[in-house]
Design a protein around this ligand. Structure first.
Ligand SMILES: Nc1ncnc2c1ncn2[C@@H]1O[C@H](COP(=O)(O)OP(=O)(O)OP(=O)(O)O)[C@@H](O)[C@H]1O
Ligand SMILES: [Mg+2]
Length: 160
């Protein structure tokens, strides 16, 4: 049986930490759907179509990966796309509390869905989209943490 997984998130924007997780998940599962949430209550820096476009371009070196945007419940997306595994990343203990709550809630909403946690390689543990956005807006160098395509887009957001 083919095993598909989805990796949901905001990806605002996609970082080298996300990329590392996708690459490793793609070596475990037959197909990985990177599902980018519209997430209107997070007020993203990049609109959904830009986040999808950036992720597609950054992940084009990973063959069994699809990138799609979605709105609505993650469990509904999983059901509609016949996905029973949701991948989430755990960087540090600080991620644990929210991720644990989210995984429990999703298994209450949809019993058939399993959440699988992956940890990044250690050089990616401190990377978050929030920090990358903050550094970029203030004119800092984020070239070490994101793909050059993303770096170029972030440069346009510089405010100082
Ligand atoms: N560097 C990383 N290593 C491992 N997992 C990560 C990393 N960055 C994000 N993730 C995980 O990827 C999933 C989607 O994350 P999300 O899109 O919220 O990115 P984020 O970096 O946490 O962004 P934000 O700071 O905007 O919340 C979450 O499970 C998150 O824990
Ligand atoms: Mg996050």
């Amino acid at each position: 049986m083919k095993r598909n997984a989805m990796y949901p998130g905001t990806f605002d924007p996609i970082t080298n930490g996300h990329h590392d997780l996708v690459r490793r998940a793609a070596s475990i599962f037959d197909r990985v759907i990177v599902a980018i949430a519209a997430n209107p209550n997070k007020v993203p820096m990049f609109p959904l179509d830009a986040r999808v476009d950036l992720a597609r371009r950054v992940l084009q070196d990973v063959p069994n990966v699809d990138v799609v945007g979605y709105s609505g419940l993650t469990v509904e997306f999983a059901r509609k796309n016949n996905v029973s595994v949701v991948i989430r990343g755990l960087r540090a203990v600080s991620d644990f509390e929210f991720e644990f709550q989210l995984a429990n809630m999703s298994s209450h909403l949809a019993r058939e869905i399993e959440t699988v946690f992956m940890t990044p390689q250690e050089q990616f543990t401190f990377i978050s989209s929030t920090l990358i956005r903050e550094i970029a807006v203030l004119g800092g160098d984020v070239g070490e943490f994101v793909h050059p395509i993303v770096e170029a887009e972030l440069k346009k957001q510089r405010r100082v």
